[in-house]
Design a protein around this ligand. Structure first.
Ligand code: ZN
Length: 305
């Protein structure tokens, strides 16, 4: 039983339209689901993915309109690391991001920048053989596209407290950090020394990271978390996958999510993300929900017309 790397990463935005304009319009991801927060259906939950909405490239955001900016600190994820095919892609992105008013910085074979709300990203030329997961964008050549998640970096003042849990979950430890690698894919989980300032969960911060479980192993992972000393939630049906949540000892909120049924459960692949998808148990509230969420234009659909 192995976790197959990162399933999705969820952050917080104060402005869904600006968020979509950046992640779809600039970074070239595909909006694969426009839904609402199942725990608060008055606000959006946006999912950006590759062309086929695979686990492994799924960056999602809860929108809290007008949310104050947050700040990553101890016990929070502070950076999303993406795989890139080759160093030429970094030149492309340095120029493209500059054109969008985003400053970038070179760090070895990588490019670091923050999204318009301050969420940190790193585009890294990574030596891995996992299948690239890419979305199509008419201004982004396929060879320069983001290829999926490589890692997340978290702040922890006491990373050694997490060792037992991560070991129980099957992460392997090396000088590079921890790695969750399954049959199909792998991702790294890395710790950095936290800043002195306390963390604030708000716009431009990461809420949680989800790791991929085979469907049939999901219940067993819940037991495994308990063996590691964690306190997992019951299995929650998120409509697109099933999930459990728990905090790993450094304080980062972890989720373990199933591969299935995926984003085509309620709309066809070619039209993912074009309409507001509402999970069945909230469908009777659709008129109220549609009247509450602010209009959101999918930049990819807008570019087509
Ligand atoms: Zn999640």
């Amino acid at each position: 039983m192995k976790l197959d790397g990162i399933h999705h990463i969820t952050g917080i935005t104060g402005d869904a339209q600006r968020n979509a304009d950046f992640y779809v319009g600039v970074l070239g991801l595909r909006l694969v689901k426009k839904s609402v927060n199942q725990d608060d259906p008055t606000v959006y939950h946006l999912f950006y993915g590759d062309e086929h909405a695979h686990p492994g490239l799924d960056l999602t955001f809860f929108e809290y309109p007008g949310a104050a900016p947050g700040r990553a600190g101890d016990g929070m994820i502070r950076r999303v690391v993406w795989r890139m095919a080759d160093p030429e892609a970094l030149d492309f992105w340095a120029e493209r991001l500059a054109g969008a008013g985003i400053q970038t910085e070179r760090e070895g074979d990588s490019l670091v920048f923050s999204d318009p709300e301050g969420l940190e990203h790193q585009l890294l030329v990574a030596d891995v053989t996992d299948d690239p997961l890419v979305a199509e964008h008419r201004e982004v050549p396929a060879e320069y596209a983001l290829q999926g998640f490589h890692a997340v970096r978290a702040y922890s003042s006491q990373p050694e407290t997490s060792r037992h849990m991560l070991d129980t979950l099957g992460f392997t430890e090396s000088v590079a950090g921890y790695e969750a690698r399954g049959e199909h894919r792998g991702s790294l989980y890395l710790y950095d020394e936290p800043p002195a300032a306390p963390s604030i969960q708000g716009a431009g911060t990461i809420h949680h990271v989800a790791w991929t479980s085979d469907d049939e192993d999901h219940e067993a992972w819940r037991e495994r978390v308990q063996q590691g000393g964690g306190r997992p939630t019951p299995v929650i049906d998120r409509h697109y996958f099933r999930s459990i949540y728990f905090r790993e000892p450094s304080g980062v909120l972890f989720e373990i999510a199933t591969r299935s049924p995926g984003f085509t459960v309620d709309e066809p692949l070619e039209h993912l993300g074009e309409k507001l998808s509402i999970p069945p148990f909230l469908e009777n509230r659709r008129p109220e929900i549609e009247a509450t969420v602010r209009p959101l234009e999918n930049p990819r659909v807008a570019a087509r017309s």
